[in-house]
Design a binder for this molecule. Structure first.
Ligand SMILES: Cc1cc2nc3c(=O)[nH]c(=O)nc-3n(C[C@H](O)[C@H](O)[C@H](O)COP(=O)(O)O)c2cc1C
Length: 297
């Protein structure tokens, strides 16, 4: 089941997606997190954030909308209290880093540079914050600026997380590669909206929120395919994966690894089964390594 992601050995291609797995301990009642190929931390910002007021999660058919607003303890507190414990889990740690300005991203990355964290997943795709976040992930020029700036302060593996709301996903992927990304991950959530017709109000205070879960899988798959065709760096595919076949389809579309998020909220013990099912598929199909089927479509 092993794969190599940007020079890092992973025991399997499955990573817990940022914001759906805390800092690695939250699912311990269900299975040991070292079973995963990797864990992406909750998105961090330079300073602590309380997150958004009002309702934060709303269920939709086959998905959820969220407006968490990057609630997090801040990079410094994360390094002091959470990072060592994350690194003690026998799995690849990805530190998901958000920001509101280029300076913010650079300062956050500089502080992480001094730690043993192996991978930074640069989140230029959060739709739920007032300033920054997804604003960097819509057009290629701001994306290139922020990726180059962060590249200049870190030698760590830099994976850039793209937004499905980007104007052109293939061009965005290529722009991030040109700016020095070692890999890309996609997709973050789709900007969406819900209305409570009885209250005659939008469900969320900020009106829009991010849609994730099985509802987005076919669109995410198409975007991973488009992005993978446009770059020569590794791609991590995510968005709505809920079973082994979805993860394998992502690999066939060009992904080296996958992330699983929202589906775990419906079934917290999903990941061990999904990994076992991927293993069974590989054995019964006579596949020796995932590279054999990667990008075959
Ligand atoms: C409650 C929640 C919080 C999230 N927080 C973050 C975050 O902090 N940083 C980030 O890059 N993505 C965040 N995401 C996006 C997920 O990592 C993932 O990109 C998205 O949900 C699509 O995958 P899924 O359909 O498997 O959940 C969050 C998603 C949810 C549902």
């Amino acid at each position: 089941m092993e794969i190599n992601l940007c020079g890092h050995r992973m025991k399997n291609p499955v990573i817990a997606a940022s914001g759906t797995f805390g800092f690695g301990r939250e699912y311990e009642d269900f299975y040991h997190p070292s079973l995963l190929g990797g864990i992406s931390s909750k998105g961090l910002t330079l300073k602590p954030q309380k997150g958004n007021p009002g309702q934060r999660i709303h269920e939709t058919p086959a998905g959820i909308m969220n407006s968490i607003g990057l609630q997090n303890p801040g990079v410094e507190e994360f390094i002091r209290t959470e990072l060592t414990q994350m690194l003690s889990i026998d799995t690849l740690t990805l530190v998901n880093l958000g920001g509101h300005s280029i300076d913010d991203y650079m300062e956050g990355a500089s502080r992480l540079e001094k730690t043993d964290a192996p991978v930074i997943e640069l989140n230029i795709s959060c739709p739920n914050v007032e300033k920054g976040g997804m604003a960097f992930g819509i057009q290629c020029i701001p994306a290139k600026e922020v990726v180059s700036a962060v590249r200049s302060v870190t030698k760590k593996t830099l994976i850039v997380k793209l937004s499905p709301n980007a104007e052109n996903i293939a061009q965005m992927a290529a722009a991030c590669e040109e700016a020095g990304a070692d890999g890309i991950s996609l997709v973050n959530t789709f900007q969406a909206m819900a209305v409570d017709v009885y209250k005659r109000k939008a469900v969320f205070e900020r009106v829009t929120a991010g849609l994730s879960g099985p509802a987005i899988f076919p669109i995410a798959l198409r975007m991973v395919h488009d992005a993978a065709k446009a770059v020569s760096i590794p791609v991590i595919g995510l968005g709505g994966i809920q079973q082994a076949e979805d993860a394998i389809a992502m690999i066939m579309a060009g992904a080296t690894a996958v992330q699983v998020g929202t589906a775990q909220f419906m079934r917290p013990s999903l990941v061990p089964d999904l990994i076992e099912d991927m293993k069974r598929y590989k054995e019964t199909q006579g596949i020796r390594s995932w590279g054999e089927i990667r990008g075959i479509i």
